[in-house]
Design a protein around this ligand. Structure first.
Ligand code: ATP
Length: 451
């Protein structure tokens, strides 16, 4: 288990800078803003939707595409009470809720720094007794309200994998050890939301249930802990801003023999990005008992029948997107062109796979003689890479805008292009500029983007 060196400290100022950039550049908008906003709910704008999609695609690529032992699933969000009865969520998916008798604010007891002092109005001993509050959103299917029509919005994607275990086993020609992966929305009626998209009531998860022979579960748990930690490093989060924290005995769910969180050093301190749990045979056994279906595996080679154990890496897509933004944010002093004076440039040093746009095509001026070839270059690149196109404002300001979007390369079409058929390729991180023939452009960019 890794511990971060003591030299790394959280940076509280970073939070406001990134939230501000997200609004200014079209990553994330407060939801229903024209109606005064809808508390703790967010919409992903033109670049945010690309970033979030890239996070999910990068996860899917390493968890499904590059493996032979994991298949995908997209299960329904609306689900009958029977699933949540069996999983234990109806009874146990609760957080302790306390009210401040003075200011009437509500808090999650286990998130309070001091259980005796209200963080809102600072009153002491003003809390009510804790009540267990179930986090699942309940609604009704069809025109009749009432117990028979009750449905739940899933609070996690995982149950979709358990209830489809037999379907997937029979159709996918897989045998343990194998996994089922899913990316999608989950809903939790969180008592306290906050820290931007870190904790919201509607969010996206990336979860995988890995079904293994019981004797192999400890080995696979270690494997997935290591694998998942390196995924974040491979996608650009500095290793010293990440750690794996094993849960103490008293933090473990009753069915889990081991759980570790991948934690990131958020501006407010270490906090969870993902949980990796060794869940034993709890889930399949519960669903087998409640449904009456057999959810086990018969190994023809050994003649053994067993209920597979499950190792689950469960990550948050929206939370991870936020961590990538925080880790990528950088400010550096650079010389202003032609003046030699210092200017601070803000740059998102996002991994190219995560960056919303891979390339921006920028004609040096809006003149029609440059616009036409610039649009041609855009058309050449678009089938290969997600591109932006921008022809307004001075070129320096357009470079700064792309820096703030994290675009790895800008391609500038200038008057020389008309004669030499070449363009200027500017690197986001070094700001170095190369002259590249248009016909070589795709092959020049592809290896540099590592795609
Ligand atoms: P917490 O203890 O913070 O409430 P959890 O341990 O219950 O979270 P899990 O059930 O393990 O979370 O969910 C897996 C992942 O889903 C989390 O690591 C997190 O990245 C993400 N996630 C969970 N709840 C939320 C939320 N309300 N908003 C955004 N992401 C969330």
């Amino acid at each position: 288990m890794s511990e971060a060196p003591a030299t790394v400290a959280p940076d509280p100022a970073l939070f406001d800078k990134v939230v501000n950039l997200c609004k200014r550049r079209g990553f994330v908008f407060p939801s229903a803003e024209i109606y005064g906003g809808f508390r703790s709910t967010y919409d992903y704008g033109p670049v945010g939707v690309l970033l979030l999609r890239n996070v999910k695609d990068a996860w899917w690529r390493s968890m499904v595409q590059l493996r032979h032992d994991v298949v995908g699933l997209d299960a329904a969000i609306l689900s009958p009470p029977a699933i949540w009865e069996a999983s234990g969520h109806l009874k146990n998916f609760t957080d302790p809720l306390v009210d401040c008798r003075v200011c009437r604010e509500r808090f999650r007891l286990d998130h309070l720094d001091d259980a005796e002092v209200c963080p809102n109005c600072k009153s002491e001993h003003s809390f009510t007794e804790a009540r267990q509050f179930n986090l699942m959103f309940r609604t009704y299917a069809g025109p009749v309200e009432g117990a028979g029509a009750e449905v739940y919005l899933r609070p996690e994607t995982a149950q979709g994998m358990f209830v489809n275990f037999r379907n997937v086993l029979e159709t996918s020609r897989r045998r343990p050890p194998f996994g089922i992966a899913q990316v999608g929305k989950s809903f939790r009626n969180e008592i306290t939301t906050g820290n931007f998209v870190f904790r919201t009531r509607e969010f996206e998860q990336m979860e995988m249930e890995f079904f293994v022979p019981p004797v192999e579960s400890a080995k696979w748990y270690e494997y997935w802990c290591a694998e998942r930690l390196s995924w974040y490093v491979d996608h650009g989060i500095p290793a010293d801003e990440l750690r794996l924290r094993a849960h103490d005995e008293d933090e473990l769910s009753h069915y889990s023999s081991a759980t570790s969180d991948v934690e990131y050093l958020f501006p407010w301190g270490w906090d969870e990005l993902e949980g990796i749990a060794n869940r034993g045979d709890f889930d399949l056994t519960q669903h087998a008992n409640h449904s009456g279906e057999k959810l086990d595996y018969f190994d023809q080679a050994t003649g053994e029948r067993y209920v597979p154990h499950v190792v689950e890496p469960a990550a948050g897509a929206t939370r991870t997107a936020m961590a990538f933004l925080l880790a990528a944010y950088d400010e550096e002093e650079v010389a202003r062109e032609g003046q030699g004076k210092g200017e601070v440039r803000t740059v998102l040093r996002l991994h190219p796979r995560i960056a919303p746009y891979k390339v921006a095509v920028l004609p040096l001026s809006k003149k029609p003689e440059l616009q036409a070839p610039a649009l041609e270059v855009l058309g050449l690149l678009q089938p290969h890479f997600m591109c932006d196109y921008d022809e307004t404002q001075a070129i320096g300001r357009r470079y700064r805008r792309q820096d703030e979007l994290g675009t790895p390369f800008c391609v500038t079409v200038d008057f020389d292009t008309l004669d030499d058929g070449a363009v200027t390729v500017r690197d986001r991180d070094s700001m170095a500029q190369d002259r590249v023939p248009i016909e070589d452009l795709v092959e020049h960019l592809r290896p540099r983007l590592g795609l």
